[in-house]
Design a protein around this ligand. Structure first.
Ligand code: DGP
Length: 147
């Protein structure tokens, strides 16, 4: 039996409030309800996070996100928008290592526990350094495409 909590939810071994299911994905309410309607979208295939997604799996998961996002925004007339969030690895706050996308409806009028720190740091990097960064990322992409 898998020790993964999300695999157990997918297998029906532990309960969850499921909002959508098909052959590839499951969407269910996050137990923590950071905002009302906070929903998780997971692949049925156990994959650690986005860094291990194949193109095919990404298509299966992410093609369903827009309709789920519209439903999660529309179910409560007080909802004014939503954030999509995917935490990948512990440094990025991933605590369950079965890749999942958070859908977080946002409200002015209700308990809303979501925040985002967004400090800008462009002053730290010269134009030359940013050119080097761009080139290095492009090199990594070329390696990935060859693999
Ligand atoms: P993250 O930190 O991005 O790995 O988010 C993991 C989320 O999973 C967290 O918001 C709480 C949620 N979660 C953990 N265990 C369970 C569970 O047993 N049931 C449900 N519905 N959600 C869970």
């Amino acid at each position: 039996m898998s020790e993964c909590i999300f695999c157990k939810i997918i297998a029906g071994e532990i309960p969850a409030r499921k909002v959508y299911e098909d052959e590839d994905i499951l969407a269910f309410l996050d137990v923590s309800q950071v905002t009302k309607g906070h929903t998780l979208v997971v692949s049925k295939e156990h994959v650690r996070n986005i860094l291990d997604y194949s193109d095919e799996l990404a298509g299966k998961v992410f093609s369903k996100i827009p309709k789920l996002a519209r439903a999660v925004k529309a179910f409560d007339p007080d909802c004014q928008g939503l954030n999509l969030l995917m935490n990948n690895e512990a440094i990025a706050s991933q605590s369950v290592f079965h890749g999942h996308v958070h859908l977080l409806p946002r409200y002015e009028s209700k308990a809303d526990g979501f925040g985002l720190k967004w400090e800008t740091h462009q002053e730290l990097y010269s134009d030359a350094e940013l050119d080097t960064v761009r080139d290095a990322i492009q090199d990594q992409l070329k390696k990935e495409e060859k693999a």
